[in-house]
Structure formats: structure tokens, C-alpha cells
Design a protein around this ligand. Structure first.
Ligand code: SF4
Length: 570
């Protein structure tokens, strides 16, 4: 029996936790059943699987997970088979009590709670939360700031899925952190490992003068559905879903496994006039693939059911033997779209509409700088203000200042964007100048038209073991240098990613940099000319591997040429 840690009675535990932990270490009967699971949970919907390993062993039949023999599963799938990763609260308590780092198996399991141990970059945990549609309240922002100061690095990181991360959390604090985010009305379940990632929605949905429909409720509804459906966890690989309102700001729906995009159908077409959704499938920009239209036309109230059906088909038929082939794209490459949709239809009790995209009106124009600066809302007299958060690093004092702005001049709401920025909605025209001044006073900018405003960077070598480069520091240096030398009148997106996993989606940047090693030092593959949505196109490689010291001079040359030769619309 493991010895109880000496500080159990004095640590940061509730009385209930202390009682449980003392029982656990003494081997008492109130010990919770974290030993002896039979894999119950996400995988038990498999009709071909026995409920217990013992029963299978006596029958001398090799168990399977959705038709794949257990002996063929990759290591992560075996762990999932042995026990649902959501059933690791005991282990979280145990590691918090001992202030210890779990082994590889439990590091994987903890990711289902959004906890990533980020060694060797840092000997600590990162917590990634869920912020459906990127909507945060000022109360939540202040709560996150407090947590970042109490247990983290004094900073909140904004991500490219309109989400937030806290960093440098010690093992002893992970349970307190998870308990506290629940008190804030937030969750981190499923934000890592092989799960549905944060659901994104057009960031000005609900007040976008150009939108066809408010899509924020769908992000919330799918979040609630997932939270209450155990089989929505434990997928073959991660899975991204976005909701696009058809309005003036992009949510990069075509970079998701499923992108639901609102469209209008005019009268006189094969379906009744109205607002529907097209369904885009299989976007993975790191693999140079945008999501493409699968031929479905959905009514708004069908979105959650269809999303769940698609996720279930993926769960049942995705590859669980080779993680490099486990994303939705590979299932559809193997099957083709028609078979995938046939399987999806079998899970629905209503017929989906198949309809050519040509029946729908084209998507409206996208304002690439619309998530920055002050803009009129669809509601008379109200404005939203987009604010630049350089590379998504938000120190806690600025987080509190923005929460104060949201309370003083708005309805206490903040919206995160996929560009690692945020915006504050519902500011009365009369308060706009005062709100701008308050943002400036906090040391932040709201104007578009700078490279820094359109810069996104992944975590990089300061917090990710895959990184070849210090992406955030380099992105800041590059953007600030270019902004000093080349005042620009149109938005330029700089995407800096630390490895081919492409968390910062370098292939869709006007300038896309991917970290590589050059003669053992830091360098970048330099790509130019990428974009998404209406201007969809993968960036083209300019230099395959350039030392970092040469990247800024090279980009200065690119900007000089751009300034001399570009047309107003380019
Ligand atoms: Fe880490 Fe690579 Fe993702 Fe950057 S792109 S955060 S280096 S995995």
C-alpha cells in the first residue's frame, strides 16, 4: 500500500477529498473503483464487444473495439479500451495529493480533462478549457485571471480555436484548478486527447448585420449534447466542428472536420426558400486540405443531430490502429462521401436533404479586418470593438482591465476569435470613445491595419515538446519589425507554427512560417499567399528551410515589393 503523503491534512483539499484520500491510502472500503474497470464508457456501444474481459477470456474470443481486435489497437486505444479516460478522477486526486507527474498512460488520460503535461518544454501542466463559440463573461475572465495568478504563470493564453489555456500548473494544484473552473461555469472535459475540441462560431454572431442566422446557440447546444453523451468522447482522434453564420467575419469553417455554413436559398429552387446550412467535411490544413461541401442541405434544427450522427459514424469506423490515419479525412478517403452519408443517415430519424450547392446563394463578402476596431452592430446604436492581443498572450492585469471595460460599457460579455484576439460587443455609440480610451489605458490596441493585429502563433518551444522554434517570440519580433518599417492599409495575416502539426495553420496565412531545424538551429519554412473562405488557397512555399536570422530580411524584401506593386484590392 502506498504511504500517504505527509501534507495530506494540510494541503489544498476539501474535507471530503481529505477523507477520501486518507481512505484510499489506508486501503479502506470507501476507495473508489479506479481498479477493475472493464472499459465501460465510450466504447461500450460496440455491439461486438463483451462487457467484461473475463467473459471474453472464457469464451476464447478476442475482444474487439468497433470491429478492430484489441491486439491491433494502437497504445492510446488500448488505454481507452481498458478504461474510459473520463474515469480518472481518482488518479487526478492521487497525483495532486502526491504532487507527482503521472506516467505516459495517465498523462494521456488526463488530457481528456484538458490537462497536458508539457515536459520537456516545462515541467508543469497546461490546462485547455472549452469556451463554446468563444463567449466568455467578465466574471469568468476575472476568475481565469485569479487562477492564472494563484496557480499559473500570471497570463491567460488565447488559442486559435477561440479558447483559453492556463500554463505552468503544478501537479498538486490540478484538482483545485478543475474544481474552480466548474465553479466559473466552465469545463475542460474533452478539450484534449481524442475528443471533440472547442466548438467555434462566428465571433460576432447575434449582432452581425450581414449574418443569415445567429449560430452561437448551436455551439452551446452541441456543447450541452456532448457533455451529456458519454459516447461523444473517446473518438479515434481529435475532431473539430465550426458554425459559420454566413456573415461578415470568418470562423475558418473550411479548416474543420465539419464546418456548418449558413446559406440562403431563394424562391423558385428545388427546396423551399429560407436559411439552411451547407456541410463542409474533412478540413485539415496541416495536411493541405480544406473541408469541402458534401452535398447536404440542413435545416437549422437538424445541426446538432447530424453532427452527433457524423461523430458516431467516425467513432465506430475510424482507424484505431494507426494514429496518423485516424482523422475523419482518412475514413472518408477510404469510403467516399456517399457511403459516409449513408451511414450517417442510418443514425437519424429524419431524411437529410441532398441538394447541389448551386441551388444556394453565394456566400456574402468577408471583411478580413472585421474582428478588429469598432464596428456598428445589427442593433441600432450599438457597436462592438475588436482588440488585438499580441500572439494571444493576455497578462492577468489586462484580462481584468478588459473585464472592467465589458462591465462598464457593455453587457459584461467578451468574445474570443480564432485569430487569438477578442472583442467586446454591445457598446452604446455614446460610450465608444470612452471604451476605446479604457482599452488604450490597459496598454492594448484595437486598430486593424497592422501585421501584429493579424498575427497568430502556436505555443512553440516555450510550452510544446514538438516545437522546433520559439514561435511566439519570433512572431512578435517579425510583426513589430514589419509594422515599424511598412505602414500598411490592408490586413496581413502572419501565421507562425512550430512544427508540421500546424496548430497556427501556416498554410492559410498571407505569410505562413513553419518551424524547422537548420544546421541544428532555429529556422522556418517560408510560405506566402494562403487564405481561407471566399479566397481559399494554400500558401506556396518560398523557402523550404531558412535560418531565423534571415527570415526578417527576406520578409522585408517581400513587403517592399508588395508595397510597390500591389493593387488596392490585393
Ligand atoms: Fe506544438 Fe507543433 Fe502545435 Fe506548435 S504546431 S503547438 S509546435 S504541436
Amino acid at each position: 500500500m502506498t504511504d500517504a503523503p505527509s501534507d495530506l491534512t494540510t494541503g489544498d483539499f476539501t474535507d471530503e477529498q481529505k477523507q477520501y484520500l486518507q481512505g484510499f491510502f489506508a486501503g479502506a472500503t470507501q476507495r473508489m473503483p479506479f481498479v477493475g474497470h472493464t472499459g465501460a464508457g465510450a466504447l461500450t456501444n460496440d455491439p461486438t464487444r463483451a462487457d467484461s474481459n473475463l467473459a471474453v477470456a472464457t469464451a476464447d474470443v478476442e475482444p474487439t473495439v468497433w470491429g478492430t481486435p484489441v491486439s491491433d489497437l494502437c497504445a492510446e486505444e488500448v488505454w481507452k479500451y481498458e478504461r474510459n479516460p473520463l474515469d480518472c478522477w481518482d488518479d487526478l486526486l492521487r497525483h495532486a495529493a502526491m504532487d507527482s507527474v503521472p506516467d505516459a498512460e495517465f498523462r494521456y488520460r488526463f488530457k481528456s480533462f484538458g490537462l497536458f503535461h508539457v515536459a520537456p518544454a516545462q515541467d508543469s501542466f497546461m490546462l485547455r478549457m472549452r469556451v463554446p463559440g468563444g463567449v466568455l463573461t467578465s466574471h469568468q475572465m476575472r476568475g481565469l485571471a485569479k487562477m492564472a495568478e494563484q496557480w499559473g504563470c500570471g497570463r491567460i493564453d488565447l488559442t486559435t480555436r477561440a479558447n483559453v489555456q492556463l500554463r505552468e500548473l503544478q501537479p498538486r494544484n490540478i484538482v483545485d484548478v478543475l474544481n474552480t473552473i466548474q465553479k466559473l461555469g466552465m469545463s475542460s472535459r474533452g478539450s484534449g486527447a481524442d475528443n471533440l475540441r472547442n466548438f467555434t462560431a462566428s465571433p460576432i454572431s447575434g449582432f452581425d448585420a450581414q449574418e443569415l442566422i445567429d449560430v452561437q446557440p448551436f455551439a452551446d447546444a452541441l456543447q450541452n449534447y456532448m457533455s451529456n453523451s458519454r459516447d461523444m468522447f473517446g473518438l479515434p482522434r481529435k475532431f473539430n466542428i465550426a458554425f459559420d453564420n454566413g456573415g461578415s467575419i470568418s470562423v475558418l469553417a473550411d479548416t474543420n472536420d465539419i464546418g456548418f455554413t449558413a446559406v440562403r436559398v431563394a424562391s423558385g429552387r428545388s427546396v423551399p426558400e429560407g436559411v439552411y446550412f451547407r456541410v463542409l467535411l474533412c478540413g485539415i490544413t496541416g495536411h493541405k486540405q480544406f473541408a469541402s461541401d458534401c452535398g447536404l442541405l440542413l435545416l437549422p434544427d437538424q445541426l446538432v443531430a447530424v453532427a452527433a450522427a457524423m461523430v458516431r459514424v467516425f467513432a465506430e469506423h475510424g482507424d484505431r490502429t494507426d494514429r496518423k490515419k485516424a482523422r475523419l479525412k482518412y475514413l472518408i478517403d477510404r469510403w467516399g462521401v456517399p457511403k459516409f452519408l449513408e451511414e450517417v443517415q442510418k443514425k437519424l430519424d429524419f431524411p437529410v436533404i441532398h441538394c447541389d450547392a448551386a441551388e444556394c446563394e453565394p456566400r456574402g463578402p468577408i471583411d478580413r479586418a472585421g474582428h478588429l476596431g469598432a464596428h456598428a452592430q445589427s442593433q441600432d446604436g450599438l457597436h462592438y470593438m475588436g482588440i488585438t492581443i499580441p500572439v494571444g498572450w493576455l497578462p492577468t492585469e489586462q484580462a481584468r482591465a478588459l473585464a472592467d471595460v465589458a462591465d462598464r460599457f457593455s453587457t459584461g460579455e467578451l468574445r474570443l476569435t480564432v485569430w487569438q484576439n477578442l472583442l467586446i460587443p454591445n457598446i452604446a455609440a455614446a460610450d465608444l470613445e470612452a471604451a476605446k480610451a479604457a482599452v488604450r489605458e490597459a496598454g492594448l490596441e484595437y486598430e486593424a491595419g497592422r501585421v501584429l493585429s493579424g498575427t497568430v502563433a502556436c505555443t512553440g518551444s516555450r510550452g510544446c515538446r514538438f516545437a522546433m522554434t520559439d514561435t511566439k517570440a519570433h512572431a512578435l519580433e517579425i510583426a513589430r519589425t514589419l509594422d515599424t518599417m511598412f505602414p500598411i492599409d490592408s490586413p496581413v495575416n502572419l501565421h507562425v507554427t512550430g512544427c508540421p502539426n500546424s496548430c497556427a495553420q501556416h498554410y492559410i496565412g498571407d505569410i505562413g512560417l513553419m518551424g524547422v531545424k537548420v544546421n541544428g538551429g532555429e529556422g522556418y519554412q517560408v510560405n506566402l499567399g494562403g487564405s481561407a473562405d471566399n479566397d481559399q488557397g494554400m500558401a506556396r512555399e518560398l523557402f523550404p528551410a531558412m535560418p531565423y536570422a534571415e527570415v526578417i530580411p527576406a520578409l522585408q524584401g517581400v513587403f517592399a515589393i508588395y508595397q510597390q506593386r500591389h493593387e488596392a484590392s490585393e
